[in-house]
Design a protein around this ligand. Structure first.
Ligand SMILES: C[S@@+](CC[C@H](N)C(=O)[O-])C[C@H]1O[C@@H](n2cnc3c(N)ncnc32)[C@H](O)[C@@H]1O
Length: 123
């Protein structure tokens, strides 16, 4: 029998949370849940057309983690980073990386009074 094509891959490294996710995703044949660190797990499933990064180091070490995230995308693929504070002043390594990277076309969208996201397409 041919393998089912998976159109969504999600990764969670916390085993308890992953177990909850597994229950909720049960029956969705197009979704693959991986348990582990996305930095280790996702490259075997790449490339992706969309990468939603809501965890896992981009905020702490964008210069180290960012290039690995970009490598997961097809050309023209889109990376979304949420949880940014609208109007934040002062240095912001995540904004500096994503908005200044020569391999990305990126913009920031304010989605609520407390939330902004960056949407970045790989050139
Ligand atoms: C902001 S929460 C988002 C949870 C869920 N996606 C949601 O929207 O409710 C971040 C999650 O990412 C997980 N996480 C953090 N770093 C990770 C990593 N390097 N690889 C995989 N999962 C990670 C955490 O355990 C946590 O459950």
């Amino acid at each position: 029998m041919a393998a089912t094509a998976r159109s969504v891959v999600t990764v969670e490294r916390d085993e308890e949370r992953a177990a909850v996710a597994a229950e909720r995703l049960a029956g969705l044949d197009n979704v693959e849940l991986l348990v582990g660190d996305w930095l280790d797990e996702l490259s075997s499933r790449a490339p992706f057309e969309l990468l939603f990064l809501d965890a896992g180091g981009l905020g702490e070490a964008p210069e180290q983690v960012g290039p690995q995230a970009l490598d997961l995308l097809v050309r023209g693929g889109v990376l979304v980073k949420d949880d940014l504070t609208p109007g934040r002043t002062g240095p912001d390594p995540v904004r500096a990386f994503l908005l200044g990277h020569p391999g990305l076309v990126a913009t920031e969208l304010v989605t609520s009074s407390r939330m902004a996201v960056i949407v970045a397409a790989r050139r």
